[in-house]
Every structure is written in structure tokens, then in C-alpha cells.
Design a binder for this molecule. Sequence first.
Ligand code: UN1
Length: 482
Amino acid sequence: MGVSGPFRLYIDGEWVDGIGVTRNINPSNLEDVVGEYAQADRELTERAIAAARAAFPAWSRSTPQQRAEVLDRIGSEILERREELGRLLSREEGKTLPEGIAEVARAGQIFKFFAGEALRIQGERLASVRPNIWVDVTREPVGVVGLITPWNFPIAIPAWKIAPALAYGNCVVFKPADLVPGSAWALAEIVSRSGLPRGVFNLVMGRGSIVGEAILASPNVDAVSFTGSVEVGRRIAAVCSGSMKKVQLEIGGKNPLVVLDDADLENAVFCAVQGAFYSTGQRCTASSRLIVTEGIHDRFVAALVEATKGLVVDDALKQGTQIGPVVDDRQLAQDLRYIDIGRAEGARLVCGGERLERETPGYYLAPAVFVDTTNDMRINREEIFGPIASVIRVRDYEEALAVANDTPYGLSSGICTRSLKHAEHFKRNSEAGLVMVNLPTAGVDYHVPFGGRKASSYGPREQGRYAVEFYTTVKTAYTQPL
Ligand code: UN1
């Protein structure tokens, strides 16, 4: 059977060939090629940026009605095709089919949300401190934005960058993760038929070292929004500050879930399993440090290990699968390396951590639980990005809070407790951008801000109406009516 594709780049309103192709492989079945996807080089990326620049003056003056209609149309089509697109997503990325479909639905809802936001762009009018002068504070689009997205949310993260970018009147150069171009391409194809003027939206697939670097190097890109690794994020911030580009980063996490003696045990185990292992632990919001007080520690560990051993790890598209494969061989090697590191550091592996064989050849890994770990171990300091969780035993709430905050990261945190006092104290004192009470640290709403503190995030928040901060720039205009 022939391989489908090549799926092409979308530049200046046209589908164009790349300089070569990459193969998109199904991690649940390495014999299944999802398709061949065109790769851009520096020159093609520069063409896309030039097209976006040329389209900007007109698009930045489009009406809110026009932008709302485009976004609503995109959202409706994504929602209508959620089953088909969810299947594609799970096939290329490896999260389970229900997770894939839910992610597609989330992407559709994000476009619908920002269709409404396009109509709600607000300004302010103040009286000047001087007589007979008025001050208007208004928001204008930033210009050409480069959007660089990761492989773990192949459609939701592109949606939550592209939708606000367009809603507020920016032009887009979109570079999806090289590993999972399928969902990004399908999204781009929908966007290409939504009624946008040519050049407003461009898709440049390819490698970060080529396409990403071309975006960073261009004087015609005004802002860059990136979700991905800490290492790449740091480089983007450094390069963008040199050329004064606006920058927004969502990078690593090492999220704590605190379980106190008075927690509902069943719910705490649910939160831990959901947060640590679902989506194969490949979420920057994953709960990788389970910080548990003495009185519930042994009961919690016993219940957690039982639940973890019962998880069905299999082909992402198979009915009943709870945990799909790891995304690729590099990520699998990293996960296995951290299993060895944890052992060598003296942590006790109580379940999982080994490769599994299934009907089809894929990157299957048994979800792993380490106990007897301390917060200074590498497995508790570095982001692993796989289905691996460590339990840290602590005396009491105060120690739990201190350990939770003792990390370079600050994306998400959670606490399981029935104590209103501890829940309120934790919400106020947790050094994270997202705090969850009796809920998993991962799995967030689409209509409220998303982002972290410390080494997890940089720049303004994403999502909800807070997205306006990054995708617009403020103008203060003084008028003396004569
Ligand atoms: C979620 O937990 O629902 O890359 C979203 C990530 C995050 C998104 C997590 N930016 O995992």
C-alpha cells in the first residue's frame, strides 16, 4: 500500500512542495506510516514570513465580525470532524482515542471561544489630568507571530495559539512539531478554507533547527509563542531578546501532588493515576512528584500500585486502552534512562518501568512508581515526560508544602485534602501558576488563563481572555478636541 501524501506546506494562500519529506510514524505500530509531510527550509520559511508581513496591514484592519466568522467556521468544522481528527491524532501521537477526540473537541471550542473574543476587544477612555484632553487606551495586533508547537498536544496547543493570534488581527507563521505534523496539517487545511485573505495564515513544517531558527532570525517576525522543552525555550528567549521580539514560553514542569492524611483515598489515587500516567505522562502538567503525609502513606502507596498495575497499556486506537505508547524511540530511551537513574539513586521501583510487547510493534512502557524517594534526587528535579511517578514521604502539611515548592519549576500543583484550611493555605502559598484541589494537576479548561511561574513559563499567560496580553500591543492616544 502506498503511503499517503506528501502533505504540502501552505504559504501565501497556496499549497507548495517542500525540499523533502518526513515520515509520520504511528508509535502504536511502527509499521504504520500515517503519511509523508513536506519539509520547509529557510527560504520557504522566509517566503511564509514575507507573505504574512504583506497581508498584515489589511488584516489588522479587518472587522471583528469578519474575524469572528472565520474563527467560528474553523471551530464548527473541527467539532463536526472530532471523531476522524481524534483518530488521526491518536494514531500519530499515541494518546488514547478518547483522549484524542477530547483534545480535538477542545481545539474546536477554543476557536469558538476566540470567535467571541474577537467581538469583545476592549479599550479605555480616561480624562487627562490636564484640562480638555482625553486619553484613549486601545489594543492593536502585534503583527506577524511565529507559533512553534510541541508534539504532545498536536491540535489543542496549535489551536490555543492560532485562534487568539487571528482573533486579535495578527498574521501567523505556524511551525508544528516535526514528529506529529498530521493533526497540524489537517488543522491548517481547515483554516485554509475558512475565508482568510491570502498570507494571513501560513504552515511551515520542518525541523526546529531550520524552520524554527529562520523564524527567530527574521526581522519581519514581531512575536514568538513557543511550547516545548526548557532547553529550546531558553534559546528562543535569548535570541528574541536580542532582536526585541515579544516572546511567550510554556516549557517544563515537575508538578507536585500533595496527599494529606485526611484525603479521600480513592480520589487521591484517581488524581495521581490520571495526572501521572494518562496521556502516557507526556504532559507538562503531569503529576510527577506525589508528596504524601505519613498517616496515609502506606495505604496510598498500596492503592496506587494496585491501580497502576491494573492499567491497560496498548495500542492507542484499541478500545479499552488506558495508556498508549510513548511517542518515539528518543523519548522511550529517556524514560528508561530515568528508571535507571532512579534506581541508582536509591529509589525503590515498586511497579512498571519495563518495555512491553503488544500485538503490534510500538513504544510501550509499563507505568512506573518509585517509592522511598527524596526531593533532591534527579528523578524528582528533572522533567522526565513519561509515565513515571515518585512518592515522597513527608511528616505533615508544612513539610509537604515546602517540598512541593522546592523545585525550579512552577506550572501546576495539586492537593488532596478535606481540610478547607489546608486547601486555602495551599492555594495561596503554592508557587505554581495552576493549583488544583482534589483534582489532577493535568487537564485544564480552555476559557481561563494557563501558565506557570519560575522556569515553567515566561511572558504573558496563554488562553482565556488573558491571551489578549500577548497577541496585542497597547496604544495610549491623547486628544485635545479643538
Ligand atoms: C492539560 O493538562 O490539559 O504541554 C494541558 C503541555 C501543556 C498543556 C497541558 N502545555 O502538557
